[in-house]
Design a protein around this ligand. Sequence first.
Ligand code: ADP
Length: 510
Amino acid sequence: MAQTLPPATVAAFAAIVGKDHVFFGEDDQASYQDKFAIDDARHHPAGAVAPATVEEIQAIVRIAADRGIALWPISRGKNLGYGGSAPLLAGSVVLDLSRMKKIDYDEANGTVLLEPGVGFYDLYDFLKSRGMKHWLSVPGNSWGSVVGNALDRGMGYTPYGEHATRICGVEAVMADGLVVRTGMGALDGAPTWQLYRFGFGPGWDQMFVQSNFGIVTKMGLWLMPAPESLMGMDLEFDRPEDLGPLIDAIAPLRREGLLQQSPTIGNWLRAAAVVTTRDQWTDKPGALPDDVIAAIRKKFNVGWWGVSLRLYGREAVNKAAYAILEREMGKLKPMSLRPTVWKTGEPLEATGWTGTPLTMPMQNANWHGGRGGHIGFSPILPQSGAAAQAQFQRTYARYKEYGMDYQASFAFGERHLINVNAVLINKDDPDLMGRVDPFLKHLIADAKAQGYGEYRTHLDYMDAVAGTYDYNKGALAQLNRKVKGALDPKGVIAPGKSGIWPSRYAGGQG
Ligand code: ADP
């Protein structure tokens, strides 16, 4: 099953990075495999090579181009639920950048310039050692790389939670070996690389996000100045139909900027899936019935939906904004409203809202026991209560039809909602695994019928999701292919990523 590289090619890689940094044994292949893969053969890598410098990356790219090898760049490879460290195309060589861990910190301006191997924990420890003058924004599971997460449009919970929009300046190695710096970085020696996003002429930072157009070796990011105060409330709502009014109440507050953070409305399974396993609640197959849902809600004292709202910044401003939040949320008659208040100098709770890295939320992979995992389904919706309510009803009905336990959230952006659904799996349960693929395909088609598309997806669904972006006979896909052909004619970098296939794989992989 596993594809192997000729020994001479492995030796050529080893000559560049040293023999301790090439990984082509069977165990190595398994360790770079997607732990949550539905089909283990589909994304099996040939192995991995781990360079430490830009020059080493250039040399690897040259060999890959000469010998027709596909490289799959990862930063730390913790993209769990979307493919982890595995390549889309079986037989690719993973280009593991986790050894590159340099952090440049501009404390006065609140920016960092990071190499791909810097993890959220690394950056957190670094900032802490310098007095925590800036806070991080971390994703729910913060194992991964700050750069890798931003490159896949990961999200956090603070006002800086939309990570891709905080990028300011990128350095990348292109498929022909050229090293480019975007924005002000193109002006050699400019002190403004991490300060002004656009430079002169076209702005290319976003070209490297969710694409296969280059290998990012440095990324500038803006950090949030540590706030004087953090205030907010945790709310629970009793009924499934409370979702729509809640969204319609939060959306104008988010748009006007009273709420600068992006709240996430989640259902009852969130807490249960993290600290308990399914067999503690029921031994019956099929989606959890209402009596079990009621038992879970009672035990964790949660509603059908819950949401946390947070205000960051000056205490006087937060107090004024809090009074407005309290009034607006009170109108919805929540089951419970728990205020939270923090001020500089007080001990800080370790949560996503304080930008503290956590791995706990990943425990939901154990919900079914066995070799557990989760796969995401995440369409973008308008910020409309009616649209969200309808999407919820449609999706929940499909979860029941396929016998899946419903775990979902509706996360606010500035103008949109992301409806993140987790499909909890167990690779030791063939019956469950047999339902996962048709279920996800159904969800993608249901969303498309409403004009909704996913913002991010697992390797298995990149072609399907790219195919839903079909305006004018797939004009965007044609543009992406043309750009790919111009920049990477030999198809060296991440073939198939986001549905973008180089011409040598015409029509996709199969
Ligand atoms: P994390 O460890 O934060 O989860 P990953 O390293 O798994 O992030 O990266 C997520 C995805 O982003 C990868 O699968 C890959 O497609 C892309 N990616 C990551 N790092 C780079 C990079 N340095 N250059 C280009 N693409 C990258």
